[in-house]
Design a binder for this molecule. Structure first.
Ligand SMILES: [Zn+2]
Length: 123
């Protein structure tokens, strides 16, 4: 089970949540691409658990977007000061390992993947 640790919250991908009569009615998914809060399965899609996030269940739209492809992968996102940082499993430090930064988790992941693409082109 992929573990997430965003600096604000720790949880595992697929962990049951929202118990109703002792039975879980939802499962936790990856960090919200906008705010980094835990998300959960919702109908055929997903929703963010943060109350004021545009991707929460108060958004009446049938879908809040595709589930990010980096959920349940070797990519980790966490808050670093005021920005989000994305790294791969096995991250050592900023000198030795790739890292992407952005003001949302999705932007940090995009920056990380762009760095990895550049590296591939250099080789
Ligand atoms: Zn959110």
């Amino acid at each position: 089970m992929k573990k997430y640790s965003t600096g604000e919250c720790d949880w595992s991908h697929g962990a049951p949540c929202d118990y109703d009569n002792g039975r879980p009615s939802h499962k936790l998914l990856g960090p919200c691409p906008d705010c980094g809060s835990p998300t959960y399965d919702y109908g055929g899609g997903w929703r963010c658990r943060a109350m004021y996030c545009n991707r929460s269940d108060s958004n009446p739209a049938p879908s809040v977007g595709k589930a990010p492809t980096w959920w349940d992968s070797n990519i980790n996102v966490y808050l670093d000061g005021d920005s989000w940082c994305a790294t791969h499993d096995g991250f050592i430090n900023l000198q030795e390992s790739d890292a992407g930064f952005g003001d949302t988790p999705q932007k940090a992941v995009d920056a990380l993947l762009a760095i990895c693409e550049e590296r591939k082109e250099d080789e």
